[in-house]
Each structure stands twice: as C-alpha cells, then as structure tokens.
Ligand binder design. Structure first.
Ligand code: BEZ
Length: 216
C-alpha cells in the first residue's frame, strides 16, 4: 500500500531551504555557503554502493567544468560522517578519484526531508538521486529526481547548468537539446507592436511571431 506521508517538496523558483549540517569539509550553514556562486546540491542513496560510487566519481572527475561555471558542488546522503570519510578514502585508494567537495552527513534526515529527497514509496531509509540547481540568489532554478536504480547523466547536468546560465545572461530561452553554440529562442512578443517589429526583424530566424531563433 502506498504511503501518503506529507513531504515537503521544494519547487522551482523557491528560495532554497536553509540548513546547518556537518559535511566532510566541516560544518556548513547553507545560507552562507558559496556566496555569489551557483550551487549544485545533490543526494545519493548510500555510501559504499556501486551506482553512487560511479556518480560521485563523475562529479569529482568533472569538477573543473563546474569551477569554470562558477559553481560549487555539495553532496548528501543519510550516512554518518565516518561512513563518508571511509568511502571517500576507499574510492581514492582503489581508483585515485578524490571526492574533494563537501558531502553532508544527514543522519537525522533534516536536509533530505526539507528538499523532498526522501521519497518513502521509493525508499524510507535512503535519499533518492536528486539534483538541485541553485543560483547565486539561492533560488532553486531546476530540479532533477532519479530513482535508486538509475544513475544520472553528467553531460546533462552540465548542459542544464550552462543552459540556465546562458538563458539568464542573454534573456532568452533554450530549445530542445540546446547546447553551447546552438541558436537560442527569442522570447515571444507580448504586444501587437512587438509582434509587428518581430515579423520585420531580419536579424532573427523567424518561423512565425511566436517562434524565432537567433545566434548569440
Ligand atoms: C547503488 O548506488 O548502487 C544503489 C544504492 C541504493 C540502492 C540501489 C543501488
């Protein structure tokens, strides 16, 4: 029988819930963490498990790409700080990959509950694979939730982050499968005057007034 426990689910546009938590890099007060930067906050179900090891390694190996996007990483699972330390050092010893970003030890599940990472019909004891994209104003801009048995896609996480940042910078929207270098969507006109100007604009690739692309 499905559980109907009320769980808090943050939504796109919400301010990211604040918290104070112990991490592998010491205590973090989230409202003070990575000021003026983007943050990718992600959960994994459990330390010392295979899919999680591949995902965390993916974040670590591609860390420089997040750095280049002015983005800090912070991981989370409902494991103790000792489990995190043991896992991080074991992965480093076995594979040479070092998880050199903070990982929250959310033993009391406070953070996972506040972020809707605990989804009891999937697991009552482990967080799902969530990814929160949080902008420098600490606003949640994109959320991904994956189940326990499917690992995430690091190319898509980085693509989505670039798409968000580019959309903000150029005040445009991103079409299906957008990647850097592709044309972007010009926001549709809101008045008849804007619509007429749009129809006469030779600098954009126009399908009709509501669908126009341009290079940036
Ligand atoms: C894994 O990371 O391999 C995993 C973790 C929890 C449940 C199932 C798979």
């Amino acid at each position: 029988m499905e559980q109907e426990t009320m769980i808090s689910m943050p939504r796109i546009g919400d301010v990211a819930p604040d918290f104070k938590a112990m991490t592998t890099k010491g205590m973090v007060q989230f409202s003070e963490f990575a000021k003026d930067k983007w943050i990718v906050l992600f959960s994994h179900p459990a330390d010392f498990t295979p899919v999680c090891t591949t995902e965390m390694s993916g974040f670590a190996v591609r860390r420089k790409e997040f750095d280049a996007l002015n983005t800090e990483l912070i991981g989370l699972s409902i494991d103790s700080i000792h489990a995190h330390l043991g896992w991080v050092s074991n992965v480093k010893e076995k594979t040479g990959v070092y998880f050199d970003f903070p990982i929250i030890a959310d033993l009391d599940m406070k953070v996972s509950k506040a972020y809707g990472m605990l989804q009891p019909n999937e697991s009552e004891t482990a967080a799902v694979r969530a990814v929160f994209f949080i902008d420098p104003a600490k606003k949640i801009r994109l959320i991904m939730y994956y189940p326990l048995n499917v690992g995430r896609n690091m190319d898509e996480i980085l693509r989505a982050l670039k798409a968000l940042q580019t959309a903000d910078k150029f005040k445009v929207a991103m079409p299906l499968d957008w990647k850097p270098g592709d044309k972007v969507i010009v926001p549709p006109p809101k008045t008849l005057e804007e619509m007429e100007a749009r129809m006469a604009d030779k600098s954009i690739e126009l399908v009709d007034f509501y669908l126009a692309r341009k290079s940036i």
